[in-house]
Design a protein around this ligand. Structure first.
Ligand code: C2O
Ligand code: CU
Length: 466
């Protein structure tokens, strides 16, 4: 190649780079400390995949022995409820072929996973719904290790309640040496007088309150789940709330349990789980140390409502094990973002309801009515954005955003520094919640209430990261 030609090429590349830089102006000065704190919090890109893990996911009606041991008609992934737990290692490519054998359209959304936008499973936004008899191949490389889950993102209030949900565990490159790694899918069901799933979905009562709360609570599909361990074990317990509307606030009966991760992501430091509100969509990873001395039994109870009830039991029996000693994996870089208080919200979403629409009540996110009428809120990629949610109602709204993690910055104007990220956070009655995020993944992402009846009745919009 002649020298002159090569030089021209170099100059052209230099100009191209200059214009790229020119397209990305430096961040406004008030953002500089926030972005500095955010640097290295979580990666922009995935690792180069070193393996591909291939899974089949068949959604179909099934009759299963669940709950108290009687047969129950459900919709199931791979013939089981909860659906399968897919375990992969961070950096592996995941390929899941969904086959829809349901009588209705469906999709699979990978809740909390930062997937490429077309793989997000949001019907009508990132893909067409998969018709009965149809297939869809989901493929992505998880960027973050942690506990995630998946569920349909169309008619969710019915499809999730009928049993369509599963867990995606993304392991660390070098998982901490827990003696055991256990998933607890926490859920509730509303059964009718015939003992089957009550087929009345989106009832006026549920729509006007906190969604469909069931009359049976299960862990991993059983009403009396008992986890039997050996004294001295140190286990990783991964909790997922797949209920349509129910919030759990669990008491650990004096067990030595520490939160190490919330919504998949490791915390800055271990956190006492007392009082944590596990709302629909949330995950919690606990580091549980079973005492080495003798047998024991701990009944985990829920205290979110006035009537406490037992959720599951942990029982220690048999010969003690030597407890593994290793530092808590909860040592992530999570910004405090104190300077964020001075930054104005880019958008305020009013959470409110009004009469009208196909259900007789419309749940609103923003001031301009339900999702059909919404324009995207633009979130600049790589920039700090603050969003404000103002709950004008007395109902619960666990707000969830796809494609990114956020931090709760303030509640009712008082600064909050939770030492962890979230993808879902509960907004209480009449409360205002500020959240901050630095979105890294481009695309149109759903933002909605994870009370599935509220979502169904309009409490859903999109943000666009560009
Ligand atoms: Cu788990 Cu958009 O949802
Ligand atoms: Cu809601």
């Amino acid at each position: 190649m002649p020298v002159g030609y090569r030089r021209q090429g170099v100059i052209a590349v230099a100009f191209a780079m200059l214009s790229l830089v020119a397209c990305a102006p430096p961040p406004p000065s008030e953002q500089v400390p926030l972005l500095a704190e955010f640097a290295d919090a979580y990666p922009a890109e995935s690792r180069a995949p070193d393996a591909t893990r291939v899974f089949d996911l068949v959604a179909a009606p099934a009759t299963l022995t669940l709950l108290d041991g009687r047969p129950l008609q459900v919709w199931a992934y791979n013939g089981q409820v909860p659906g399968p737990t897919f375990r992969v290692r961070v950096g592996e490519r995941v390929r899941v072929t969904l086959s829809n054998r349901l009588p209705v359209e469906t999709t699979v959304h990978w809740h909390g996973v930062r997937v490429p936008n077309p793989m997000d499973g949001a019907a009508g936004v990132t893909q067409q719904p998969v018709p009965p008899g149809g297939q869809f191949v989901y493929e992505f490389v998880p960027k973050d290790a942690g506990t995630f889950w998946f569920h349909p993102h169309i008619r969710s209030s019915e499809e999730v309640e009928r049993g369509l949900f599963g867990v995606l565990v993304v392991e660390d490159r070098a998982p901490p040496p827990y003696t055991r790694d256990v998933v607890w899918v926490v859920d509730d069901w509303r059964l009718g007088p015939d003992g089957e799933i009550d087929p009345n979905f989106n009832t006026p009562h549920d729509l006007a309150h906190d969604g469909r709360w069931g009359n049976v609570v299960t862990v991993n599909g059983r009403t009396a789940e008992e986890l039997v361990v050996r004294p001295g074990e140190r286990l990783r317990l991964r909790l997922v709330n797949t209920a349509n509307g129910r919030v759990f606030r669990l008491d650990w009966a004096g067990l030595d349990a520490r939160i190490i991760a919330v919504d998949g992501m490791y915390a800055r430091a271990p956190v006492d789980p007392t009082g944590f509100e596990l709302s629909p969509g949330n995950r919690l990873d606990l580091d549980v140390r079973i005492p080495a001395a003798g047998p024991g039994r701990w009944v985990v109870t829920d205290h979110f409502t006035r009537n406490a009830f037992s959720v599951a039991t942990i029982r220690a029996a048999g010969e003690p094990l030597a407890s593994p000693e290793f530092p808590s994996p909860a040592a992530a870089r999570v910004p405090a973002w104190r300077e964020a208080a001075a930054i104005a919200p880019a958008k305020e979403y009013a959470l409110d309801a009004r009469r009208g629409g196909p259900f007789g009540i419309e749940w609103m996110l923003g001031d301009d009515g339900p999702h059909a009428h919404h324009a995207d809120t633009l979130l600049p990629r790589g920039r700090f954005t603050k969003l404000r949610f103002t709950n004008r109602t007395y109902r619960l709204h666990p707000m969830h955003v796809h494609g990114m993690f956020f931090k709760v910055l303030a509640r009712n104007g008082a600064p909050v520094d939770e030492p962890f990220w979230r993808d879902t956070a509960l907004v209480h009655a009449q409360e205002t919640m500020d959240v901050g995020m630095v979105p890294l993944d481009v695309g149109r992402w759903m933002l909605h209430c994870h009370v599935l009846e509220h979502q169904e009745a309009g409490m859903m919009t999109t943000v666009e990261v560009r």
